[in-house]
Write a protein that binds this ligand. Structure first.
Ligand code: 6PG
Length: 248
């Protein structure tokens, strides 16, 4: 692994997708141990999509005793507007890979109600659940937000050109999809992402290399959503495999 970082952002390049998951798991455990020691609990927003499922499985299989999971409060960065048992559900994927294997109490899981026929209502309900978090400048501040990045540079469900990307008042909003799966989403907004104490991106695969290069090109004025992730007081770490990092 190479570790080339800057004051505002650390970039870790791993040899494989498995190595990315191992590195991210160790970072998750370290952040969790610190948050639980200092504040009695960890508040974490999980990423959706496929990349983090290996990380979640590792946390459940290899780190079940590394932290007191009973003090981990699970939230989500975004959700597809489908029922929780639907194949597209980010909650469903996390439940299968992490929540059930660790036997986490549903009381510690704050999911987005994707089954709500009114996505705006689901977003408002989720935003209300964030009021329980400590705040930074009036915005809920997670201890940790995990993010993936789509080939279009989106993160959470903040897609290029969609209104949700420029939302600055609400903490969670609904949004039309910007890519597959073509279902309405509910997402955290950028102010909440940038109020986090720690943000970790995990990005793997050659199909992401071009977008990763554009995200890290300081001369570029691309309006890629992932470029806007700059925690104002928190840490930002990109954990990439060599394929995704080929252009940087
Ligand atoms: C979602 C995710 C999304 C995901 C990226 C990358 O609900 O789709 O939250 O932001 O992280 O699309 O997805 P993959 O990891 O599957 O490439």
């Amino acid at each position: 692994m190479e570790d080339t970082g800057s004051a505002a952002r650390d970039i870790v390049i791993c040899s494989s997708a498995h190595c990315v998951a191992v590195d991210a798991a160790h970072r998750f455990v370290a952040i969790a141990a610190s948050a639980i020691r200092l504040r009695g609990r960890l508040t974490v927003a999980l990423a959706g999509g496929k990349t983090p499922t290996l990380l979640y499985a590792l946390l459940a299989s290899t780190f079940p005793d590394a932290i007191d999971w009973g003090n981990v409060m699970i939230f989500f960065g975004d959700e597809r507007c489908v029922p929780p048992d639907h194949e597209f559900s980010n909650y469903g994927a996390a439940r299968h890979a992490l929540i059930d294997p660790l036997g986490l109490s549903e009381a510690n899981v704050n999911r987005i109600h994707g089954e709500d026929p009114d996505p705006d209502s689901a977003a408002e309900r989720y935003a209300k659940s964030l009021a329980a978090l400590p705040q930074q400048n009036g915005v809920p501040s997670f201890d940790l937000i995990l993010l993936g990045m789509g080939p279009d540079g989106h993160c959470a469900s903040l897609f290029p050109g969609k209104a949700a990307l420029s939302e600055t008042d609400r903490w969670a909003v609904s949004t039309p999809p910007g890519m597959q799966p073509e279902v309405t989403r509910v997402t955290l907004t950028m102010p909440v992402i940038n109020a986090a104490s720690n943000v970790i991106f995990t990005v793997t695969g050659a199909d992401k290399a071009g977008t990763v290069t554009r995200v890290f090109d300081r001369a570029s004025d691309d309006d890629l959503p992932s470029r806007s992730v700059r925690p104002s007081q928190g840490s930002l770490t990109w954990v990439l495999d060599r394929a995704a990092a080929a252009g940087i």
